[in-house]
Write a protein that binds this ligand. Structure first.
Ligand code: MG
Length: 349
């Protein structure tokens, strides 16, 4: 089948006035149509600029190309990466390319009547353990979660105590066996991390995430052994397998967290998982409980752990998909419907 059209839309979001980048450059929905009458949908990033990149240069590079196999999707990815390289390689361009890649996997799955996990190796995990990022802890406990991650942005020395208080509360509610993680969102430094490691020792945190910016690979590599057994996690702001190869060369992280809707889609995700395997590094995709990462986790040797945001299930005007799987009894699974098995709301389809 041949690609006949490619179109991205940016679902409108209320600007809440926080100045956060997500209010400007959040997820786009990409639709790819073919002469076989099959339509694929993917989820990429980059907001209005991402939409312009898809609907302009990348669309023109795609229309007329043939899509009928996994190898052809890989070739398309390489073609688009190369074509956009002078202004791309990362950032909004690769976030936009991610949406196209995911739409192509959805398309191929639908054409063959197979779920995406089946196209990339078959189902290796049934239900996947979910972890809750944020959310009201009582509600998270009621949903059966056994793994939680709390946001902890550093502001002042009082934050050692606030981290300890958060950890104590989580252990009290979820017990010793639960996984407990902290997302620092690039707000800690080496001194803070080492003192946190000590202060939180009795609460046995599993990982510290996004400790400093992704440009500090050497600093992360130096810090990593000093924080053990707490793992240094990161990678949501890194793009394609090239960035993860640099992380591997530096020995910067214990655990990789590519975002499948930003880093280049399933094609990039598979290459990152291959690279991680060769370095013995576990992969736990950022937002892996959303359907795009969930298929990758289900079919590969990614960790049996999927990130979910219980607070984002309120639906309403921010919801883009009608039928995404949700967590029950602390776990989540993709359906066996063809492609990614999800339907965008009609206004985005
Ligand atoms: Mg994070």
């Amino acid at each position: 089948m041949k690609i006949t059209d490619v179109k991205a839309v940016y679902p409108s979001r209320r600007n809440k006035g926080t100045g956060a980048w997500q209010e400007y450059y959040w997820q786009i929905v990409v639709r790819v149509e073919t002469d076989a009458g099959v339509t694929g949908y993917g989820y990429g990033g980059g907001g209005e600029p991402g939409k312009l990149i898809v609907n302009g240069h990348l669309r023109d590079a795609l229309v007329g190309r043939s899509i009928g196999s996994v190898d052809e999707i890989r070739r398309v990815w390489d073609h688009l990466y190369y074509k956009s390289l002078p202004y791309g390689r990362g950032g909004i361009t690769i976030m936009a390319l991610s949406g196209i890649d995911l739409a192509l996997w959805d398309l191929l799955g639908k054409a063959e009547g197979r779920p995406v996990y089946d196209l990339i190796g078959g189902l290796k995990k049934g239900r996947i353990r979910a972890y809750a990022t944020g959310g009201d802890l009582s509600r998270v406990r009621d949903l059966g979660y056994t793994a939680v991650k709390r946001s902890h942005k550093w502001q002042s020395a009082a934050d050692y105590d606030s981290a300890v208080a958060q950890a104590a509360r989580c252990r009290e509610m979820f017990g010793r066996d639960a996984l407990l993680m902290f997302d620092c969102y690039m707000s800690w430094d080496a001194a803070v991390a080492l003192r946190m490691r000590e202060a939180l020792d009795e609460y046995a945190p599993y990982w510290f995430e996004d400790l400093v910016t992704p440009d500090h690979l050497n600093e992360l590599a130096e810090l990593r052994p000093r924080l053990a057994p707490v793992l240094l996690a990161g990678g949501e702001h890194d793009f394609a397998h090239h960035a993860f190869a640099a992380i591997a060369r530096a020995g910067a992280l214990d655990l990789w967290q590519p975002d499948i809707t930003w880093c280049g889609g399933i094609t990039a995700g598979l290459r990152i998982v291959d690279l991680a395997r060769s370095h013995g590094v576990p992969v736990c995709p950022h937002r892996g409980g959303e359907i795009w990462g969930l298929h990758l986790i289900a079919a590969t040797d990614c960790m049996d752990l999927a990130e979910t945001h219980p607070d984002r299930w309120s639906g309403g005007e921010d919801a883009v998909l009608l039928d995404e799987p949700v967590v029950s009894e602390g776990s989540i699974a993709p359906t066996d419907r063809p492609g990614f098995g999800v339907t965008p709301r009609p206004e985005y389809a």
